[in-house]
Design a binder for this molecule. Structure first.
Ligand code: FAD
Length: 321
C-alpha cells in the first residue's frame, strides 16, 4: 500500500498483556508535529490499536502473535516496517525496552541514533532532535548527516497531542523472524510493578525524597504524599545510598530521567546530578529547611521549612478536598 507522505514510524511500547503504554499519545503527538504518524504495534491487542488511532496514527501496522518481553522480535518487526514504509524518521519511547530496540535497530540498518530527546522539529533539511544537557541548563540539537534519524523520546517531555483518527488504515505486517537465540522462560515482576503507584518513568506526578528524610522509616512520608497525589515515588542518590528506597527510584544523572507535570522534591538539596534527571519537569515544588539550597534555583514554588511539619499539613489539605 502507499503510505502517507512524510511518514513518521512510531514504535508503540506494549506491555506483556498487549496494552499500549501511557507514552503512546505523546509519541504519536510528537510524530504528528513533523509528519504523518504510522504506528507499529508488535503483538498488541485491538485495544492497543484503538489507543494508537485515538492518539492520531493514520496507519497502524500490527504483527501476529502475543506481546513479548524479548527485544529481537520487536527489532525484526521494526526493520520490516521501516523497509516497507520508508519513513522520514523513526520515533521510539526512551523506555528501557525502547532504548534496547532503538540501539539494535539503528545498528542493523546503519542509521544515526538520537537518544533521550525532549523535542523534535522539522525544516527543509529534515528532522532535528532536541536534547536537554548539563542538567537541563542547555538545549542542543542533533540531526543525522545521512539516512533516516532514529529517535528515542524522553517520556513526558513532549506535550504535543494529535487529533484522533476515526478510521485508521490497519495493516498486518509480515515479519521474517531473524531467529532469536533467546526465549522467555518466565517473568519476575519488578518491585515497581507490584505497587499500585504509577511507574516512575513516564509518571505525570512524582514525589521524591532525599537525605533530609533521615531514615528508611521516615521516608514513608514521601510515599504518603505520593499516594495522596496519585504520584510515583522518586529519590535522590543519597537517599538510595542510605537504603531508604531501592535504586530503581533514583532520579538523576545515574538514575531515571523524568519529565512529569509536577515534581515535588522533599529534603533534596538539588545537586546538579539530581537536577539532570528532573529539571525538565513542568512544575517543580521544593520543600527544604535550607533557604539557600540549590533546588530552589529550579523550583517554581518553594517552601522553606521542615518536611515533617509541612508535608503532613499538605497531605491533610489534599485529603480534605
Ligand atoms: P543532601 O545533598 O545531603 O541534601 C539533603 C537536603 O535535605 C539538604 O538540602 C537539607 O537542607 C535538607 N533537609 C535536611 N533535613 C530536612 C528536613 N527535616 N526538612 C527539609 N529539608 C531537610 N544524585 C542524585 O540524586 N541522582 C543521581 O543520579 C546522581 N548521580 C551522581 C553521579 C555522580 C557521578 C556523582 C559524583 C554524584 C551523583 N549524585 C546523584 C549525587 C549528588 O551529587 C548529591 O550528592 C545527591 O543528589 C544529594 O542527595 P540529597 O539532596 O538527598 O542529599
Amino acid at each position: 500500500m502507499a503510505y502517507p507522505e512524510k511518514s513518521i514510524l512510531v514504535l508503540v511500547d506494549v506491555d506483556p498483556s498487549g496494552d499500549a503504554a501511557s507514552s503512546t499519545a505523546a509519541l504519536i503527538g510528537a510524530a504528528a508535529t513533523i509528519g504523518a504518524p504510522v504506528a507499529l504495534i508488535v503483538g498488541g491487542s485491538q485495544a492497543a490499536t484503538d489507543v494508537a488511532a485515538q492518539a492520531g496514527a493514520q496507519v497502524v501496522l500490527t504483527t501476529l502473535g502475543d506481546a513479548s518481553s524479548l527485544t529481537v522480535p520487536a527489532v525484526d518487526a521494526l526493520q520490516a516496517a521501516y523497509r516497507q514504509v520508508q519513513p522520514d524518521a523513526v520515533l521510539i519511547s526512551n523506555s528501557i525496552a525502547g532504548r534496547d530496540v532503538a540501539g539494535r535497530f539503528a545498528v542493523r540498518e546503519k542509521l544515526a541514533l538520537s537518544v533521550d530527546v525532549v523535542g523534535v522539529s522539522r525544516d527543509d533539511e529534515g528532522v532535528t532532535a532536541q536534547h536537554s544537557v548539563y542538567g537541563g541548563s542547555y538545549l542542543t540539537e542533533s540531526a543525522p548527516t545521512f539516512g533516516t534519524p532514529v529517535i528515542t523520546v524522553r517520556q513526558g517531555a513532549v506535550d504535543a497531542r494529535a487529533e484522533a483518527v476515526a478510521s485508521p488504515v490497519v495493516e498486518e505486517l509480515s515479519v521474517t523472524a531473524s531467529g532469536a537465540a533467546a526465549a522467555t522462560v518466565g517473568e519476575i515482576a519488578a518491585e515497581e510493578k507490584t505497587s499500585s503507584r504509577p511507574e516512575l518513568r513516564g509518571a505525570t506526578r512524582v514525589v521524591s525524597g532525599g537525605r533530609g528524610l533521615g531514615s528508611k522509616e521516615k521516608f514513608v512520608l514521601v510515599e504518603q504524599l505520593a499516594d495522596a497525589l496519585g504520584a510515583a515515588v522518586g529519590a535522590s542518590r543519597a537517599a538510595v545510598d542510605a537504603g531508604y528506597i531501592p535504586y530503581a527510584h533514583q532520579v538523576g544523572q545515574t538514575g531515571v530521567s523524568v519529565s512529569p507535570q509536577l515534581y515535588i522534591a522533599l529534603g533534596i538539596s538539588g545537586a546538579i546530578q539530581h537536577r539532570a534527571g528532573m529539571q525538565t519537569a513542568k512544575t517543580i515544588v521544593a520543600i527544604n529547611k535550607d533557604g539557600d539550597a540549590p533546588i530552589f534555583d529550579v523550583a517554581d514554588f518553594g517552601i522553606v521549612g521542615d518536611v515533617f511539619t509541612v508535608v503532613p499539613q499538605v497531605i491533610e489539605a489534599l485529603e480534605a478536598r
